[in-house]
Design a protein around this ligand. Structure first.
Ligand SMILES: *Cc1c(COP(=O)(O)O)cnc(C)c1O
Length: 481
């Protein structure tokens, strides 16, 4: 069961493939490659047979846990199952082999797909225009905030502040700061949401926007959003909504109808793209008309039956990404939306919300529910009951691995101490949810009756409890032989 490093499998002169001896004169690498590019810090590369190389990497791949191997209920990240048909469409040669420098004339299909995807996202969100350029959710946030900054600059009255609730995602204050704003924090009250009063108390003519996540990071819908938007609009500000949690709303509610002026979509969460492991992602941004001139260039326009890239955009914040964004992700999202249709998208949101509430109701009482109310697509518990026995959320997460589940998000959102944030998503069956619930209830029993069992988990994995910080503090990135 123990898989050594590929270097440890190496045997002198063992080969993966045999090729005929070259009839070209041999060159000495030292003579033809500049010294700076010649590495001298690895003595030799592993010498293994082909089958040993195949087995090594196949074994390592089997140690991965992904949504294709089991339940993966990370909160805030929508690790949903992505139908394989969308992988097929992204691999169609007409899309996958298109060159970004191909002329508009020879890219009509790709441009049409992007143009139509922008339209679908407008329809889903209630926005007037969408850019597909940003490469991730946080990149989209930056794009939206830069557009807002550019708007006020053009008016000759730059504004300095952005209001952000403590229930917002951590990327929200970071993006605002990068766009040159200072952040005015406000607190949730009244059961996990922000109130019109708390916004009115800090909103003024120096505030460019309120940036909120809806549903927020507690998995709760910001019920007062319309009233809050009115307060912000009256003072000339914008509402930015982090739309990464759209999996709770699509097909049901349009944020644009609630006063939202800017929103980013996380295609790699809501719209069918496998994510985790760092990308690639796609974070399109939707805006209302007043902000449209500031979107990144180029924009895709349609004249008659022809699609073109328009670079003549004097007010644009410029380019945020090479070429036009991560195109293959857009193909997956397009394919997903077309395959689901309006009713399918709505059903997905409904099932996502139903599944989260099912888990919430079944675990409530045995785990402390941070905010006891109907949730959206995710629910937040804490380790309050278990910590009386010195069992903490990290222990519970590790113990879940013994039961074959990927642990949910822990210690986030930050405003709940010892948080456990569960997002089952829409595709899981009742049997899978029940299996997870059973495991969670067993762990709750164990925490009372045999706390040491939970505290020393996992017991069944290849490796036990790792030092969570050592790899970051003392990284060993090179094989030393
Ligand atoms: C994931 C997420 C983000 C950031 O998106 P990235 O694509 O990881 O940059 C922002 N806000 C919320 C609520 C998220 O869940």
């Amino acid at each position: 069961m123990k898989e050594p490093l590929i270097f440890e499998k190496s045997a002198d002169k063992r080969k993966g493939v045999s090729i005929p001896k070259s009839d070209c004169p041999e060159l000495n690498p030292q003579a033809v490659i500049p010294k700076d590019f010649l590495r001298d810090d690895i003595k030799g590369f592993p010498e293994v047979s082909e089958i040993d190389a195949v087995r090594h990497f196949t074994r390592l791949s089997q140690r991965n846990f992904g949504v294709d191997s089991g339940f993966y209920p990370l909160g805030s990240c929508t690790m949903k199952y992505n139908p394989k048909i969308n992988e097929d469409t992204a691999r169609l040669a007409g899309f996958s082999k298109a060159h970004p420098y191909q002329s508009d004339e020879l890219s009509q299909g790709a441009l049409q797909l992007m143009y139509e995807l922008e339209g679908f996202l407008c329809e889903i969100s209630g926005m007037d225009a969408v850019t597909l350029q940003p490469a991730a959710g946080a990149h989209g946030e930056l794009c939206g905030m830069l557009a807002i900054a550019a708007y006020f600059k053009e008016k000759g009255k730059p504004r300095k502040k952005v209001i952000i609730p403590d229930t917002a995602h951590g990327t929200n204050p970071a993006s605002s700061h990068l766009a040159g704003f200072s952040v005015v924090p406000i607190k949730e009250e009244n059961g996990g949401v922000i109130t019109p009063d708390s916004v009115a108390a800090v909103m003024n003519e120096d505030t460019a926007a309120l940036m909120l996540t809806n549903p927020n990071t507690l998995g709760l819908f910001e019920r007062n959003i319309k009233e809050i938007a009115d307060i912000v609009h009256k003072k000339g500000g914008f509402i930015y909504c982090d739309g990464a949690n759209l999996n709770a709303l699509m097909g049901i509610a349009k944020l644009g109808d609630m006063g939202v002026d800017v929103i980013q979509f996380n295609l790699h969460k809501t719209f069918s793209t496998p994510h985790g492991g760092g990308g690639p992602g796609s974070g399109p941004v939707g805006v209302k008309n007043p902000l449209e001139p500031f979107l990144p260039k180029p924009r895709i326009i349609k004249k008659g039956k022809r699609f073109n890239l328009d670079y003549n955009r004097p007010k644009s914040i410029g380019r945020l990404k090479a070429f036009y964004g991560n195109f293959a992700i857009m193909v997956r999202a397009y394919s997903y939306i077309r395959a689901m249709g309006p009713d399918g998208l709505k059903k997905a949101s409904e099932m996502a919300v139903l599944n989260a509430n099912y888990i919430k109701e079944k675990l409530k009482g045995r785990y402390h529910l941070a905010y006891n109310q109907t949730c959206m697509h995710e629910c937040v518990f804490s380790d309050k009951l278990q910590s009386e026995k010195d069992v903490h959320i990290l222990d519970i997460a590790k113990r879940l691995m013994d039961y074959g589940f990927h642990p949910p998000t822990i210690y986030f959102p930050l405003i709940v101490s010892g948080a456990l944030m569960i997002e089952p998503t829409e595709t899981e069956t009742k049997e899978t949810l029940d299996g997870f619930i059973d495991a969670m209830l067993k762990i709750a029993d164990e925490a009372q009756e045999n706390p040491a069992l939970v505290k020393n988990a996992p017991h069944t994995t290849r490796l036990g409890r790792l030092d969570e910080t050592r790899a970051a503090r003392n990284p060993v990135l090179r094989w030393k032989g």
